[in-house]
Design a protein around this ligand. Sequence first.
Ligand code: NAP
Length: 485
Amino acid sequence: MEIPRLAHYVAGEWVESTADTWSSDVNPSTGTDVLALVPEGGPALVGRAVAAGQTAVRGWAATPGPQRAQILYQAASLLAEQRAALGLLVAREVGKPLGEAVQEVDRGVTILRYFAGEAVRPLGQVIPAQQAGSLQFSMRQPLGLVAVISPWNFPVAIPLWKIAPALAFGNTVVWKPAETASFTAFSLAQVLANAGLPAGVLNLILGKGSLTGESLVQHAGLRAITFTGSDATGMRIAELAARHNIKYQLEMGGKNAALVLGDAHLDQAARLIAGGAMRFAGQKCTATSRAIVVQEVLDKFLNQLEGAVRALPLGSATTEATAVGPLIAPDAVERVHSYVTSGAASGAVVLGGKAPDGAQFGQGFFFEPTVIVGAAADAPVAQEEVFGPVLVVQPVRTLEEALELANGTKYGLSVSLFTRDINAALAYIPAIECGMVRINGDTTGVDPHAPFGGMRGSSSHSREQGPAAIEFFTEIKTVQINPAS
Ligand code: NAP
């Protein structure tokens, strides 16, 4: 069967590439199966997409909110029709286990519907004026053309929680998805285009971050950049955005901890920590990567944890029962392995620790769910984002010690505390330096209508999703109308 060649989408047209070089989009569960060929957009096409977005912005900003809403509702309906097909594509392209992949498409539908609703809500406030007879109010208006840069690990939900509010509030978009998620991006852009967006309102440019992405974020024609991905790329984007004095939003890494106190329900803690650490092979920014456990229940907890981790099947992402799945690429397997090796210098690898044996894994990019107990607090595996199925268990004596350890990395994305002690919970909520804080819950998975984002090194301190999105995707104009005299 001929391998499909993907196309860009610019100014309402699908742009077939004449590039000589095409990248192969490989299924990480098999390591060999090429799903599609991806063209490189490059600077010239980025220029065309930016021009298209700039041309379209006046008309789209002037389109009444209720009309924008109808297009987003239509996109939600079209996406819902494709839940099975798109879920399967996500599983094949990025190795997300099928059940989670389909749930992600469902989340995308919810996000589109939520922001369709936002497009008809009030956009300002009446402010009493000092001058008698004057009318003063603030109004929120669109920024203009926004660049959307998205990662591969949530190839439906993250692009949509950026694109949907951008469009709902009247902005236009140039979207550069991760190259490894290009097929899903292409399919999602088809859904949005078929929903009736006018030409130039959404533009999709495929290609590598280092070339096509870089030429987009350097472009002087942007009014804002919204980015999710690694720290290094995020910091680069912050510098470029500051140079052009445009708005930027960064969602980056995490080193998320789950704290387990002596009175916790250990079966609940072990099950949720195992899932948070290992599902989708730990490739979530909110994945649980540290379990900080009070010494008095450590042995019991480890015993339950082992059972909970072993209950999560490792295998091809397209197999219904799989919970863990492959890593995204061969170099990710090497990276995870080197973290585990260095962690073993100060801790004990009690589960996993290597690529799995067995013919069923073929040439796929798999790594066994791994638990390391007692690695030093300053070891790279305890400080840096591993982005693999690796959990470090750190024993402590008290809640205070647990909080200090939990706050002791550069990140502050998501955290969880397992306890039944209301006083411990009340002490933890203000002391913990994270954007998303749970009690007796998983560090992963946030409701699609709740603000999402981190503190310190995890984000640029704005929030995505829900009511927080309006802050980024609009700006305020203060208006005063005085009587003519
Ligand atoms: P990444 O390498 O930074 O890539 C993210 C996006 O940036 C991709 O589209 C990438 O394109 C593009 N890019 C790379 N270099 C660029 C440049 N110089 N200019 C413009 N764009 C550029 O991150 P990733 O490996 O895809 O994603 C994993 C990371 O994302 C992890 O650190 C994870 O924690 C983080 N993440 C954070 C959140 C959150 O909400 N906090 C959510 C999910 C993931 P190419 O892929 O084509 O190079």
